[in-house]
Design a protein around this ligand. Structure first.
Ligand code: T3D
Length: 262
């Protein structure tokens, strides 16, 4: 296998992005974050790609920031806030804004910013032995890379606070019962099931997915009239797509639709 920190592979209309530093549970160093940003840009711009999987090589999804290459206290000129702005925020925003669905296939531990990356996906699947850990407070940091935004929305305020403050490592099963994970699969089945789901999504009306993501991304920040207006605006765009015409025609003709993502 390549020793690139991120593997980017396109198979049909599905791109698979694999965090690839298995010896350190795919800890996030600068090289990995730069490559991850490039992989997200490729998946976004390639019109042939209509669904994306993000997963980890080896036994982990990601152990979060590479602690062997951080510079606590800003020694060595490193400012943690700036590092987040430069390296992490573009990745998280690229995932949320990507106009196609992203499946996070969490194959092992997802800790710290690794958990944030998992949560930035649209559908979160986990292997039976996967675990989730808001590791930040254990080393004196604040949950970052979107964790304080995703967590209360996914699991509610009570659990978000407990997870962030206690930094307990929770199982895939608990994560699912908290609403953090959509499905849990046997470890060996995780990637095949993610691929199956991605292939299905890639044959669906991709632009509708882009509009759905846009409608949901900030819905908590809008009041009902504003959200209704956004839905109407997006629906007028969706209503002009080839895929909408095809979806209605296929329904009326009682045949499976052939969506093109246009
Ligand atoms: O400066 C910035 O970048 C700012 C951004 C911060 C965002 C953050 O993500 S902060 C949170 C950083 N992550 C952590 O604090 C988690 C640290 N890791 C752990 O607590 C544990 O490793 C795990 C709970 C994730 C997994 O435990 P376990 O027992 O399954 O594995 P292990 O034996 O601890 O780790 C396996 C190897 O990976 C080990 O190396 P070795 O001994 O075999 O040579 C370990 O040192 C290495 N490793 C694990 N996590 C990291 C790591 N190396 C570098 N950075 C890590 N985060």
């Amino acid at each position: 296998m390549s020793d690139a920190p991120v593997l980017y592979q396109v198979d049909g209309a599905v791109a698979t992005i694999t965090l690839n530093r298995p010896d350190v549970l795919n800890a996030l160093n600068v090289a990995l974050m730069v490559s991850l940003r490039e992989a997200m840009a490729s998946a976004t711009s390639d019109e042939a790609v209509r669904a994306v999987i993000v997963t980890g090589a080896g036994r982990g999804f990601s152990a979060g920031a590479d602690l062997a290459s951080t510079s606590p206290g800003g020694s060595g000129g490193g400012d943690t806030g700036n590092l987040l702005r430069e390296r992490y925020h573009p990745v998280i925003l690229a995932m949320r804004n990507m106009p196609k669905p992203i499946i996070s296939a969490v194959n092992g531990v997802a800790a710290g910013a690794g958990m944030s990356i998992a949560m930035a996906g649209d559908i979160i699947l986990a292997g039976r032995s996967a675990t989730f850990l808001q590791a930040f407070s254990k080393i004196g940091l604040v949950p970052d890379a979107g964790s304080t935004w995703f967590l209360p929305r996914y699991v509610g305020d009570v659990r978000a606070r407990a997870l962030a403050i206690l930094a307990d490592r929770i199982s895939a099963q608990d994560a699912q019962s908290f609403g953090l994970v959509w499905q849990v699969h046997e470890d060996a089945d995780l990637l095949p099931r993610a691929q199956e789901m991605a292939a299905k999504l890639a044959a669906m009306p991709t632009r509708a997915y882009a509009f759905i993501k846009q409608a949901l991304n900030d819905s908590h920040q809008r009041d009902l009239p504003a959200q209704l207006e956004l839905e109407a605006t997006l629906q007028s765009q969706a209503g002009q797509t080839e895929d909408f015409r095809e979806g209605v025609a296929a329904f009326l003709q009682k045949r499976p639709p052939q969506f093109k993502g246009r």
